[in-house]
Design a protein around this ligand. Structure first.
Ligand code: HH2
Length: 290
């Protein structure tokens, strides 16, 4: 099992009692599920507070959609959407705030305002200044696997061994992050469900998740309402919560430490139950020994 904690600006975030829930708040017009709902800062802040109330352990704020074919957002627009929400949240929640961005300037301003985790779906490849910004703030980083870019990634993804290739990619990105001065204890890994992967690739990756947990960093997974789940259960995005629940339960079974979800209240029950059934989460089980 991967190392069950990570550090973000000197604060240790433990995921050994039960897997952590990262609640998603997209301050975008075009995200594949919640696009347009929380573009106004006040709405985004209210939604984030609601997710924390429901039990979210981390809030992930995104100002640019990464859905296949999404249009890119300028640095200025991303800052204008994300920063007021960070400022509005930072003194009202005690949970860490993560920023879903691949732009170093957005990361820098958000970290300066109190965010402590950078969730970079490009795994430090898009912006050459990103790694040094993260290192300077001693922030945590999520390094995610993606084949291609959001514009091209679903055109014809190809793997001969999807699990092995994702493991090798993540190992390489960890080395790069370490060389750039990011501490190993600040690194979280993510196989990148839906990012340059066909249905079959996503299913194999979920089944083989323990190989990623073996890399000895906490493992984050973003499965929530994704297209491959829709493809299996044959449901549109608004009706994929049961499919998501099954995938989340299996991810916990295979060693995921952090589950990135839109539906915190629902998925927290799924996570608690899946963890209580698994001897790996022994402390979660002990709570029920009395
Ligand atoms: N998935 C999405 C966005 N960011 N980050 C990580 N680390 N892992 C993921 O799987 C992941 C992610 C896509 O989901 P969402 O943010 O809801 O949609 P959009 O990219 O359209 O805003």
């Amino acid at each position: 099992m991967g190392q069950p904690w990570f550090s973000a600006k000197g604060r240790e975030i433990h995921c050994n009692r039960r897997p952590l829930v990262m609640g998603v708040v997209n301050v975008t017009t075009d995200s594949f599920y919640d696009g347009g709902r929380y573009v106004e800062s006040e709405r985004a802040i209210a939604h984030a507070l609601e997710l924390v109330e429901q039990g979210a352990d981390i809030i992930d704020l995104g100002g640019e959609s990464t859905r296949p074919g999404a249009c890119s957002v300028s640095e200025q627009d991303e800052l204008a959407h994300v920063i007021p929400v960070v400022k509005g949240l930072v003194h009202r929640v005690s949970v860490p705030i993560s920023i879903d961005t691949s732009k170093s300037r957005v990361a820098e301003v958000a970290l300066d305002c109190g965010a402590s985790i950078i969730n970079d779906v490009s795994a430090l490849r898009q912006d050459p200044a990103m790694a040094s910004v993260i290192a300077r703030f001693d922030a945590a980083v999520v390094l995610m696997h993606m084949q291609g870019t959001p514009q091209t990634m679903q055109q014809s993804p190809q793997y001969s061994d999807v699990v092995g290739e994702v493991v090798r990619f993540l190992e390489g990105r960890v080395q790069m992050a370490l060389c750039a001065g990011i501490a190993g204890t600040n690194i979280v890994l993510d196989p990148g469900f839906g990012f340059g992967k066909l249905v079959n690739h996503n299913l194999k990756l979920l089944d083989g998740l323990s190989a990623i947990a073996a890399l000895n960093h906490p493992v984050l997974v973003g499965l929530s309402r994704k297209a491959f789940i829709g493809n299996v259960v044959e449901r549109p995005v608004e009706h994929r919560e049961w499919g998501t629940a099954a995938a989340v339960a299996l991810a916990v079974e295979r060693g995921a430490h952090i589950l990135r979800v839109h539906d915190v209240a629902m998925m927290i029950d799924v996570i608690k139950m899946a963890a209580a059934l698994n001897p790996r989460w022994s402390s979660c089980r002990e709570e029920h020994d009395a």
